[in-house]
Design a protein around this ligand. Structure first.
Ligand SMILES: Nc1nc2c(ncn2[C@@H]2O[C@H](COP(=O)(O)OP(=O)(O)OP(=O)(O)O)[C@@H](O)[C@H]2O)c(=O)[nH]1
Ligand SMILES: [Zn+2]
Length: 292
């Protein structure tokens, strides 16, 4: 049988068969033969030892597509980053940092703004313009008004998604909405308490529907600075590229150079101020970090 590891606790791995039957497995042999530690998100071959008690043994870890460190999870197809259109209003610096981190890991990102019922139309249009211009898919939803829920479901379908977003934007509300059985069983509040406990334990994937999994990523608001050469940062701001032919020097980093197509584009509002400003801030941080 094949399945996916959804959590690991005290030497046991919990393997979902894709239809939400979860087997408690050991990984005898896998460590010894391959010296590889199973990760949440790993697709595995496993044998069922007992069909009643749902016990099994992992025989083989299938090749990984990727593996994130924070959160520790393998085979991530995409990240969904959730912000609120208002209350709290989005921290674009945090968003831009997150986009860089995920691009470094080659994980595609979908941006969702929740609480569309609270934000004004002009703000929504402005955010859409900024992030579609940077090449991202942008969605506006309201968990409270239940708008965009089908859209979210179809974005998730058949994939493993990490959900990220700062506190208070509606991550619990959204995860409750998209896994109806769980929220019916435990109720919104207890689900939330449960989730709080998980954040101090291990990473865990939850089942959404057939072959569809999601992981909540705690600690998003304290995003660290990516680890790379400052000069490489510009490549993670894809909307800059079109204006680089206006730069005098090959390898222009668009900071102190006098003749710079990117800075000119910012002045002409062709590149959003906020994107450039966040680029500059992250660039300076990387410079500082590399000095020590
Ligand atoms: N107006 C409005 N409020 C919403 C919406 N979605 C969630 N909320 C409210 O926003 C508040 C925060 O929602 P949560 O789901 O707890 O947010 P969270 O991202 O899980 O927050 P943390 O648990 O702190 O990470 C709650 O009071 C929700 O009822 C929405 O679409 N519109
Ligand atoms: Zn330049």
């Amino acid at each position: 049988m094949t399945g996916k590891i959804i959590k690991g606790i005290a030497g046991f791995y919990y393997v979902n068969d894709g239809e939400n039957r979860v087997y408690q497995c050991r990984a005898k042999g896998v460590f010894r033969n391959r010296k590889i530690k199973p990760l949440v998100g790993d697709n595995v071959e496993f044998s069922v030892l007992d069909d009643e008690t749902l016990e099994g043994n992992i025989d083989e870890i299938l090749p990984r597509k990727n593996a994130l460190v924070r959160p520790a999870v393998a085979n991530v197809d995409q990240a969904m980053v959730l912000f609120a259109l208002a209350q709290p209003s989005p921290n674009l610096n945090l968003l831009d940092r997150f986009l860089v981190m995920m691009a470094m890991e080659a994980v595609p990102v979908v941006i969702c703004f929740n609480k569309a019922d609270l934000g004004d139309r002009a703000m929504a249009d402005a955010y859409r313009k900024i992030y579609e211009g940077a090449g991202y898919e942008v969605h506006f939803i309201s968990v409270r008004k239940e708008t965009g829920m089908e859209q979210v479901r179809s974005l998730l379908r058949g994939r493993t998604t990490v959900l990220a977003g700062p506190s208070g934007v509606g991550k619990s509300s959204l995860t409750n909405r998209i896994q109806p059985e769980a929220s019916m069983e435990t109720g919104g509040i207890s689900r939330k308490i449960e989730r709080g406990k998980h954040t101090t334990r291990h990473s865990e994937l939850f089942f959404v529907e057939k072959d569809t999994y999601m992981m909540d990523t705690p600690g998003f608001s304290s995003m660290y600075t990516p680890d790379m050469e400052a000069s490489g940062l510009k490549d993670f701001f894809p909307e800059f590229e079109a204006y680089e032919e206006g730069c005098r020097f090959l390898g222009c980093v668009h900071i102190g150079e006098r003749v710079c197509g990117v800075k000119a584009a910012v002045n002409e509002d062709k590149i959003p101020q906020s994107r450039y400003e966040n680029y500059r801030l992250i660039y300076e941080e990387l410079k500082q970090k590399r000095r020590y």
